[in-house]
Design a protein around this ligand. Structure first.
Ligand SMILES: Cc1cc2nc3c(=O)[nH]c(=O)nc-3n(C[C@H](O)[C@H](O)[C@H](O)COP(=O)(O)OP(=O)(O)OC[C@H]3O[C@@H](n4cnc5c(N)ncnc54)[C@H](O)[C@@H]3O)c2cc1C
Ligand code: FES
Ligand code: FES
Length: 453
């Protein structure tokens, strides 16, 4: 039996002393879009989860008088996108952060988590390197700073010292004539992991490039080319991650990666997708039994405008709590890994996956689920339109589609077709097809606008 504890300290000092005291058994929780997936898969078994989102310094964005920015390590991508100035000064960094996952993942995922997770394919990392961003770290031995490119130590590893927490990113002021950009190559059009990612930041003066930085992601040194005396990547990527002193080589998409990818399966597919994946769900069930703990947490929250209280295990997700003790079974479990959107809810008006959020994190927040969408017996216009236009079949995806669509119309009452498709990219439907769903959302938006006049 494994005991898990959950802490949500309000100060950095508290967080560091708890994190450092728990040693290697502790994990920092920012957005949880990597950590919860890893816990679910059983690859990470934390004894202590330290949620840093109640620490003000971790969740704020500040513009300095000189035009530089300090971005808290746990600021979600969606919050960065809403900042009035950040995207104007650092459009490439914002583009990179906003490429992380779906609308739901954006509601939680942070650049700090992206960097500390240590994935070579982390989208924000090359853009931060190109921007010349500096991280502030704090641990039991005090504060220190280092350039972003010095943080990764290899796949899944960083140069953070034991007990150290990434506090913030500092981006320098931009001289006139500066710009940045991030591009990634992915096999699909959306919701994919970079095969290679590239961030560039340039400064031009009188038509001459006076400063250039390039960060490469998902690549590594090409030792063979280095031996053969190939062109040095220093000329292209002087500060590129993994690229110093040699040519770069794309490292993803190898046969071994593809074999590993086949091990993913969805519960409702009954592990039929790949014979070698059979047993995934048996492993998950065993993992849930192993995680049993005697220390239930008491959570007070608002659900669909009504005060709600419940008890949960520290490792339980909000989806588990909704479908279990709270009896709100409208949110569906399609994948438990943030990929399908069937569990979509809003948290303080922001779209999130309830499977990627701990139930304990709901304390003091305002949650809305599909059960709160209709007005008594009167269906929401979106629900009505989905029925009229047969925009559903089996219904597994429907509550997530509806919650996500409602959040879109609140955020943007006049979406284009492209904007609807982009917003719903994290909501998968296996049987209806997306055309009817997209048309239902567009028609509802038009009717709601007309009704509001
Ligand atoms: C459906 C889906 C799609 C995704 N698509 C993409 C994508 O397109 N591109 C991409 O790059 N990533 C993608 N990801 C991965 C993930 O969303 C990102 O890596 C994200 O930025 C992680 O941020 P987080 O705040 O959720 O981190 P968390 O999950 O909270 O943390 C990640 C790791 O970093 C550690 N950590 C977090 N913050 C700190 C800190 N301040 N100090 C020290 N350690 C810390 C945690 O302990 C954990 O080990 C996707 C994930 C999902 C589920
Ligand atoms: S995204 Fe949460 S169940 Fe699929
Ligand atoms: S209606 Fe069946 S998955 Fe969408």
């Amino acid at each position: 039996m494994t005991d898990i504890r959950y802490l949500a300290p309000r100060t950095l000092d508290e967080a560091i002393s708890a994190f450092a005291a728990a040693g290697t058994a502790a994990r920092i929780l920012a957005g949880g879009t990597d950590l919860l997936v890893q816990m679910r898969a059983g690859s990470v078994r934390p004894g202590l989860i330290v949620d840093i989102k109640k620490i003000a310094e971790m969740t704020t964005i500040e513009e300095a008088a000189d035009g530089g920015f300090r971005v808290g390590a746990a600021v979600p991508g969606a919050v960065l996108a809403e900042h009035g100035r950040f995207g104007k000064v650092w459009p490439g960094v914002l583009e990179a952060v906003n490429l992380i996952g779906s609308t739901q993942v954006q509601g939680r995922a942070s650049a700090g988590g992206n960097l500390c997770n240590g994935s070579p394919a982390g989208d924000s990392v090359p853009a931060m390197i190109a921007a010349g961003a500096i991280v502030t770290l704090q641990g039991p031995n005090g504060r220190r700073e280092m350039p972003v490119e010095n943080v990764p130590a290899g796949p899944g590893r960083t140069h953070l010292l034991p007990g150290e927490i990434l506090v913030s990113f500092t981006l320098p002021p931009r001289p006139p004539g500066s710009g940045d950009a991030y591009l990634r190559m992915i096999p699909r059009t959306e919701m994919d992991i970079a095969v290679v990612g590239c961030g560039v930041s340039l400064t031009l003066k009188d038509g001459v490039c006076t400063a250039a930085r390039v960060g490469l992601g998902a690549g590594g040194p090409d030792r063979a080319a280095g031996r053969a005396g190939g062109e040095s990547a220093d000329r292209l990527a002087p500060r590129g991650r993994g690229a110093r002193g040699g040519r770069c080589r794309v490292q993803r998409g190898l046969p071994s990666d593809r074999r590993q990818a086949r091990h993913h399966c969805l519960p409702h597919q009954g592990c039929r997708r790949a014979p070698e994946a059979r047993g995934c769900h048996r492993r998950q069930a065993r993992r849930r039994r192993e995680l049993k703990t005697m220390t239930k947490l008491h959570v007070s929250t608002l659900i669909n405008g009504e005060p709600a209280e419940f008890l949960c295990e520290p490792y339980e997700t909000m989806l588990d709590a909704l479908r279990g003790p709270l009896g709100l079974t409208g949110s569906k479990e399609g994948c438990s890994s943030g990929d399908c959107g069937a569990c979509s809810i809003t948290l303080d008006d922001r779209l999130v996956c309830s499977c990627l959020m701990l139930a304990a994190e709901a304390e003091g927040h305002d949650l809305r689920t599909i059960e709160g969408m209709a007005d008594g017996e009167k269906l929401h216009p979106l629900q009505q339109k989905f029925l009229e236009m047969a925009a559903l079949q089996c219904g597994i995806c429907t509550s997530g589609m509806l919650v996500a669509s409602e959040a879109l119309l609140q955020h943007n009452p006049r979406p284009s077709e492209e904007e609807v498709r982009f917003w719903l990219a994290g909501n998968l439907c296996r049987c209806t097809g997306y055309d009817k769903i997209v048309r239902a959302v567009l028609e509802t938006a038009a009717e709601m606008r007309e009704a509001a006049q």
